[in-house]
Write a protein that binds this ligand. Sequence first.
Ligand code: BO1
Ligand code: ZN
Length: 224
Amino acid sequence: SPHWSYGGAANPTQWGKLSNDFTMCELGKDQSPINIKNAIEDSPAKISFDYHPSPLSVVNNGHTIQVNYAQGSTVNINGEKYSLLQFHFHTPSEHEINDRASAMELHLVHRNETGKLAVVGVMLNEGKSNPLIAEIWEQIPDVGTTKTVSDRLINVANLLPNNKAYYSYAGSLTTPPCSEDVSWNIFVEPITVSEEQIETFAKIYQVDARPLQPINSRTVQLHL
Ligand code: BO1
Ligand code: ZN
């Protein structure tokens, strides 16, 4: 499959031209990320997490640092159950909230039985260091490789903010093939990571964020 990147000749403005499989990146009308603004207050939080510990498996895939998660952790959104597959990071944040970007953004990627994807997003602001991020960063392998530490269990519930209020909207994968019909759910409350933790990631990936996409006819809901 063709290469894509965040800078140079295969930068995000070119993704749709790199492959017939990537046409949604150029032609899709429900693309992500977006600037989250003018959210409409909807019914209270309809999201619940059933996350369990997993062995730590860290992938440096050339686009991001990704942690593959053991089977059996789920999120329930609107009565629909999705299984957690992996989580990964972007810097700076891909989404903005009321015109504000964060230092980083965490994406928890889930899939239901019909194949629909739901991503839970957490904004990461500079502040106190996060102990679970520290454990993950300790294991970052060379680009193109995976490091699995079977005897080290992590619980991704430790990367969620206390307040579970969130925004939701219909969007896409933020990387090729930019497929749509992705359920986006982004917490209002950020978590913090230290300046040093941000720097560790930024040394590997200076920028791995797609630019903001037009909202077009979509609305964003706010679940308090
Ligand atoms: S993101 O959360 O919008 N940045 C994002 C971007 C790409 C993917 C997932 C999330 N890719 C998909 C692959 C699927 C795979 C799934 C879970 O990730 O297209 O084939 O099953 O790893
Ligand atoms: Zn992502």
